[in-house]
Write a protein that binds this ligand. Sequence first.
Ligand code: NOJ
Length: 543
Amino acid sequence: MAGQKTTNKTYSNYSWRDKSIYQIYPRSFHARLNKDGNGDLLGIIEKLDYLQDLGIDVIYISPIYTSPMKDNGYDVENYLEINPMFGNMQIFKRLVDNIHKRNMLIMMDFIPNHTSNQHAWFRESRASKNNPKRNWYHWHGGKTEGKKPNNWINVFDNTTGSAWTYDKKTEEYYLHSFLKEQPDLNWDNPEVVKEMHSILMLWMDRKVDAFRIDVGLYIIKHPKYPDEPLNPDYIEGQGHPNEIYIHLASKDQPRGFKKLADLGNLVGKRGGFSMQEVYVSAEERAMLYRLSEHGLSAPLDFDLILDTNWNAKEVKKVIFDYYALLKNEDIIPLPLGNHDQKRVATRLGSQEDARLAAMLQMTLDAVPIIFQGEEIGMEDVIIPPNLQHDPFADNLRDPARTPMQWDDSKNAGFTDINAQPWLPVGPHYKKRNVKNQLKDPKSMLTLYKRLLHFRKEKLLPGRPIAVDVKNDNVLAFTRNGNEGLSFLILLNFSKTKETIANDLLPAKSGSLQLSTSLSNKEDETFNFKQFSLGPKEGYIFLL
Ligand code: NOJ
């Protein structure tokens, strides 16, 4: 594979653990192919130098397969072809070569659970009850005349819509965990498994190094399709409407864990890495690690995004409890945001919080995944109803998917000034853009770059050691670095200055390597006795 050719390393000694990943949402990244207002692969190629300079190792691109784009590419029409909106196979190959030439790696999205209803397999499947592809999807008659097969609901529908859609042609319902245009494949059918495995391998033949596996634990359903029980803790108007039922049968089946692990093992056998999008407990994720035969497939860790209040005490508990569940060598893919979530600065409340989060993300023993635009502190953009695209309830996701802000020209350098971007550019782009921030020694972008390079050049893989500073506002831990060096990371989550008794720290003084405000006191040695942590400020000290 290409990584081997360009680096002379074999994949078995190629360390995935010290990589950093950058997520590109291709429709919003950079447009160069034409003036249709959508980002594309040529646009990505032009920005590879920027990403390399930032310190990125792996370019992860959200789906670029042919698709009617009902769910921005997570509705695949053909797994083998490139969506003309983004380019073609030739441009794709150029992209891969350009990534490998820079000693970087490419990760693609793989969507095993569902196809588009325009996929040839589904068109065949719906054609007749005895079509050879019928059993590639989940078809069922109604429970009784005119009644859905069960009470399962789909994830996207605001009004708790059914996961079953009636198809007149054959008078049966088909299952779709997401949109009705995204029918679920039947992974209990060995033909489906075989075909999907061979598609994955084909992309590896095309020199793809890694995969993100979409909604991994949906692939297996309970074989009897029973009704799901109501969730007694559900309060209408709070949380997602989909939480009205406890999903005991429509996903997260034990057999699904194995099926999902098989995908990772297939990729891992060839030295590729895969990360699984699963929303299950830390304990269940730990189970997934144990099914990984090559140590190269790992569940995404969404704990910091979803279930943790942003304070030092809780963050510390969640992180260190998770480490305790895992083996030391387990690789943890750690995003702080993505195309499905609020922007980090919006979610956490301020740019200072986002800076603190970036320092945390880059100093933990984890593989950071940076969603495009987080490195310049992009915030959620309010999208007027007439410009909304996302079918998901309440238009939760468009605000984080707006075009990347490259400069202060019209359309923010995302696309031609005469084009109409598919989603509006955020109002803050004149100030908050890559061009400005590259010049600013204290910008968010400079911080990201410094952190990524610090991580790569100074830190050794290995779990952090928590330091109990007896202050619930401060998260403190140490990390081992190259050449026997030891670093202390201090993160103040509060809005006030904090001090810590210096006898609780592993050293009396330390030399400041980096602070989230990028103060000019770097390399100064501080006596911890006299040191106080600024509000919402993080520090890395060399001990
Ligand atoms: C998870 C993806 O991240 C999301 O964007 C998509 O809508 C669903 N899977 C369905 O494929």
